[in-house]
Design a protein around this ligand. Structure first.
Ligand SMILES: NC(=O)c1ccc[n+]([C@@H]2O[C@H](COP(=O)([O-])OP(=O)(O)OC[C@H]3O[C@@H](n4cnc5c(N)ncnc54)[C@H](OP(=O)(O)O)[C@@H]3O)[C@@H](O)[C@H]2O)c1
Length: 289
């Protein structure tokens, strides 16, 4: 028999996780604060527990996916004795410090603990593009990785329970400005006779894809130092950037999304990095404002 799995939380993500475990043949017990959510899981064979404690008692592997850390703490703290001897996998987004504190709480109650960062939206769960970052107990990961695979490809990023969250939020920090930049671009053309779909397919995606292809070189520069003169030096970029802000103003678009980049480039130049490439921004950002 496949490992029984308990899923606490049937929001959009918890429901997708439960569905994936059921699809992979895991006996799956579910609980949600508001009863009756995600009725479609019943037809797939989910067992509905009347209480969170009853759900935890159903099996050795407890996956929790609630709104945030305070919700998790409020839900789990009364269940400490029920969780003892089981493995808790927290897939709720939380800060590294919160994941470490939860790990400490779990250890104090004899609960094996993994924290996870879900790199997917609900519709991708169970599919080939989804992956989930895990950190914390190596033993728990080794024991349950093949079960957790039902939800998404598992990637273990370290014993420190905060590492999954650090990786997760770092990746989101790269994603949001990119998507915000794309929204800014679409705003720039929105009053024009340009199809957003065609523009995106023909130019935006190919352009961003080409630029993403430059990231490994930037990381290499950062790690090993530049291996030649900058192809696109920061002085040149800082000099021209105000035109992007001017364009936004001309098009009646709020430049809030791109304006901080102009300031950052100007600062890099004023601090002597004008002849360097974008990798020079990394230590600058690390140094704080
Ligand atoms: N959806 C995504 O695209 C996505 C992607 C990656 C990571 N995540 C993370 O996954 C977690 C869940 O996201 P979601 O999309 O499933 O959110 P959601 O649809 O808003 O669901 C929130 C869940 O938290 C429960 N909850 C809220 N307050 C509670 C409380 N005080 N006590 C007990 N339960 C409470 C809700 O129960 P009720 O039904 O009773 O309100 C519901 O089960 C979040 O941490 C999110 O950051 C989500």
């Amino acid at each position: 028999m496949k490992t029984p799995v308990t899923v606490l939380g049937l929001g959009a993500m918890g429901t997708a996780l439960a569905r994936a475990f059921l699809a992979a043949g895991h006996p799956t017990t579910v609980w949600n604060r508001t009863p009756g959510r995600s009725r479609e899981l019943d037809a797939l064979g989910a067992v509905r527990a009347a209480s969170a404690a009853e759900a935890v008692a159903a099996g050795p592997l407890v996956v929790v996916c609630l709104l945030d850390d305070s919700t998790v703490r409020a839900t789990l703290e009364p269940l400490a004795a029920d969780l003892t001897g089981r493995t808790l996998v927290n897939l709720t987004s939380s800060l590294p410090s919160q994941a470490r504190a939860l790990a400490e709480w779990a250890a104090g109650h004899g609960v094996d603990f993994l924290d996870g960062g879900i790199m997917a939206v609900p519709v991708l769960i169970g599919g080939p593009q989804a992956f989930i970052l895990y950190s914390g107990s190596t033993a728990a990961f080794e024991q349950y990785a093949s079960d957790l695979k039902a939800a998404a490809r598992p990637a273990y990023v370290g014993k420190d329970p905060g590492m999954a969250s650090l990786h997760d939020f770092t990746l989101l920090s790269a994603m949001y400005p990119m998507l915000g930049g794309a929204a800014h671009a679409l705003a720039l053309i929105s009053g024009e006779d340009i199809s957003p779909t065609a523009f995106t397919d023909d130019y935006l995606v190919p352009w961003l894809s080409a630029m993403l292809g430059q990231l490994p070189a930037m990381a290499k520069d950062l790690e090993h130092g530049p291996d030649g003169p900058a192809g696109s030096n920061l002085a040149m970029q800082a000099n021209g950037f105000h035109e992007l802000v001017d364009l936004a103003v001309e098009q009646g678009v709020d430049p809030a999304m791109i304006a901080p980049m102009e300031k950052l480039l100007q600062r890099a130049v004023s601090e002597g990095h004008g002849d360097e490439d974008l990798a020079a921004l990394v230590p600058l950002l690390r140094g704080g404002a």
